[in-house]
Design a protein around this ligand. Structure first.
Ligand code: PEP
Length: 303
């Protein structure tokens, strides 16, 4: 049975069980990751993601999405709320008429089910309306997540039919000692090497380059550092898969992105999008970042 059919079957069974428990509406579907873009997959569309971390968005989900609903449609927007808010965000995305927005979890458990108190599987994320998952965020790696676990989580996300955004990035020590590329290469090989024989469709995988020293610090990597690192990530992705996938898989930058710097970061040739923490907590701020990203693409397309 094809990978997606298995995922769909898992979702259908999960939805039925949860519906019997009165927890979801069995007739309601939020589509899957392939429904995110309005047409066929276009890797030149920026992927701009909000990581709310352990915060509810500042103004509440309804006003936040009312703001975001007017965001430029030339960008694929992706929201990673806390898992307990997934269903509410997924429902509001539909209600405001932007089913093209992706919604995802900030983590997932590698097992499809079982005695894992407090965890959530890919199938449960889908049942809650999620279409994506974030994997290997540095805050989880700092809490003890290993490369091997990141790899298993990527498999679990893909097996469940989710899109997966995997984070890589070097520490300040690695940057200072010239080890940045070695660290990035090792993280990418450990995370994705195992999927080389059965590569995911490019629209179901994104890599976020997030230097640890730029996350939540207000210190942004320089444009040269961002371009050099995202181009390097793409080269390693080509090494793992092939050149076509390396061209089509979106590589995004994260680390103190704000409305005021989004446009210049997005202008770097190997940056296909952004992963935004703090500045994604308010609708107008995140929308300004999305619109700045759309502007870059529109400018690039002009003859
Ligand atoms: C993040 O947590 O992924 C992130 C990039 O955070 P911030 O934008 O706040 O630096």
């Amino acid at each position: 049975m094809a990978e997606l059919e298995v995922a769909d079957l898992i979702e259908a069974v999960t939805r039925r069980v949860l519906a019997q428990l009165g927890q979801v509406d069995p007739g309601r579907s939020h589509g899957d990751v392939s429904a995110q873009a309005t047409g066929p997959y276009d890797p030149t569309r920026p992927l701009v993601a909000a990581n709310w971390k352990m915060n509810a968005c500042a103004e509440g989900i309804v006003p936040y999405l009312a703001d975001l609903a007017a965001a430029d449609t030339a960008v694929d927007l992706l929201l990673f709320p806390p898992a307990v808010l997934l269903r509410a965000v997924a429902d509001e995305v539909i209600r405001v008429g932007r089913p093209d927005f992706g919604v995802g979890s900030q983590d997932l458990h590698p097992q499809p089910n079982g005695a894992h108190t407090g965890e959530h599987s890919g199938a449960l994320i889908r049942a809650a309306g999620g279409t994506w998952t974030l994997v290997g965020h540095s805050e989880r790696r700092q809490a003890g997540e290993t490369d091997a676990q990141v790899c298993r989580k990527i498999h679990a996300g893909l097996d469940a039919g989710l899109g997966v955004m995997v984070c890589v990035g070097e520490s300040i020590e690695a940057r200072r000692t010239g080890a940045t590329f070695r660290v990035l290469r090792n993280q990418l090989l450990a995370a994705l090497g195992d999927t080389a024989l059965q590569p995911p469709a490019p629209q179901r995988l994104a890599v976020a380059y997030e230097p640890l020293w730029a996350i939540g610090t207000g210190e942004v990597a320089t444009l040269d550092q961002i371009q050099e690192a995202t181009a390097f990530v793409r080269r390693v992705v080509a090494e793992i898969y092939d050149f076509a996938r390396a061209r089509d898989i979106r590589v995004v930058y994260g680390g103190s992105v704000k409305p005021g710097n989004a446009r210049e970061i997005m202008s770097e040739p190997d940056v296909n999008g952004l992963l935004v923490g703090g500045a994604s907590l308010k609708g107008p701020s995140f929308r300004a970042i999305a619109d700045a990203s759309a502007l870059v693409v529109a400018t690039r397309r002009q003859p």
